[in-house]
Ligand binder design. Structure first.
Ligand code: AIR
Length: 339
């Protein structure tokens, strides 16, 4: 059977992080291939396995590496398929690897997940595949329900067992609590209800970055809807909008401050979420708050303010099942289309 996913490690010493990916893929019953090749020690080996893998039908690559982690970027140089990058904590808490992976130049995005988050890389890869394979999609939905169930169960397993004089554990039991689905108001104004991609901006300051996403999506002929709505200041509106866009395939959150936009979207959809961290007026960026998502809820993070790369990534994900997009993307990458 041809695997759909190829995991490449920069070194055998990264295997513990790859085990997390394999645990998830085994659970989801998605066939994968595992290889070891270093961007610096064996660059030719990377080219060979990536090109051959792509020809054989690999749909998503996962690059796992530490230190100056140029592996995912090198993979991206040799394939039109989306590449997910997992930074490994070898030194500096993994920040060196994270920056090496996430800060890719246009038009070569890496869908970056948190440090050592091999599990989230596998979930994200499955979400990409789930866009054209409903069986995989349903399995991801089921898996994410298990993560949610574990949280609820902790109330019984941990909280209920604590004995403290002032702790009122009989008050509001989570067990058997009926949780109401949020009602969707379809009458709200949405211009492009059937858009393939949804771009959400949390604040007016970041609209410029969102427009860059739109420019590239236009070139790729991918339909989109763009909305400025803050999940904290306008919670109901935000929730309603995400729920309304139920036909969307990919969500792109333009995130600032504590990255509530991307964090908010992922809780409301099973579709892949791409995060574009922004900078504030003081020059601080919000990359860490965008990328450092807990297991179960990945945000495919691109470089700071790099709206164009978010659009290219969306194009790469959709192109797995649409060769027309691959063709335009190849022209973009060869700089045949002047932007
Ligand atoms: N690495 C290997 N080639 C280039 C890089 N950046 C990374 C590996 C591993 C770290 O360097 O991905 O995380 C240390 O590798 P090793 O083989 O010395 O244990």
């Amino acid at each position: 059977m041809t695997p759909k996913i190829m995991i490449i490690l920069g070194s055998g010493s990264d295997i513990a992080v790859a085990e997390k990916s394999m645990d998830i893929l085994d659970k989801l019953e998605i066939p994968y291939s595992l290889k070891i090749a270093s961007a610096h020690r064996t660059p030719n080996l990377i080219r060979e396995i990536v090109e051959q893998g792509t020809d054989a039908g690999i749909e998503v690559f996962i690059g796992i590496a530490g230190l100056a982690a140029h592996l995912p970027g090198t993979i991206a140089a040799y394939t039109p398929r989306p590449v997910i990058g997992v930074p490994v904590d070898v030194k500096t808490g993994g920040i060196d690897a994270l920056q090496s992976i996430v800060q890719m130049p246009y038009p070569s995005p890496i869908a970056t997940v948190g440090i050592d988050r091999g599990d989230n890389a596998a979930i994200l890869a499955a979400q990409f595949i789930g866009l054209h394979n409903d069986e995989v999609r349903q399995k991801v939905i089921k898996l994410r329900k298990e993560y949610a169930e574990k949280v609820k169960q902790s109330n019984e397993d941990i909280v209920q067992k604590i004995e403290r004089k002032y702790l009122q554990n009989d008050f509001l039991r989570i067990k058997n609590l009926e949780i109401n689905e949020i009602e969707v108001d379809d009458s709200v104004c949405v211009k492009n209800k059937d858009a393939e991609v949804v771009i959400i901006v949390g604040r007016q300051t970041d609209v410029g970055t969102a427009k860059k996403v739109g420019i590239i999506l236009d070139r790729l002929k991918i339909s989109y809807d763009l909305k400025v709505v803050c999940p904290i200041r306008s919670t109901k509106k935000f929730t309603n909008y995400v729920k309304c866009m139920k036909n969307a395939k990919i969500f792109i959150g333009i995130s600032s401050n504590s990255s509530q936009v991307t964090g908010g979207i992922i809780g409301l959809t099973d579709r892949p979420v791409i995060g574009v961290p922004c900078t504030n007026e003081q020059g601080n960026d919000y990359m860490l708050t965008t990328v450092s998502m807990p297991p179960g809820v990945p945000v495919a993070t691109v470089g700071v303010n790099n709206g164009k790369n978010a659009a290219v990534l969306a194009g790469e994900i959709l192109s797995i099942d649409d060769p027309n997009i691959t063709e335009v993307l190849e022209k973009l990458k060869d700089k045949k289309i002047n932007l």
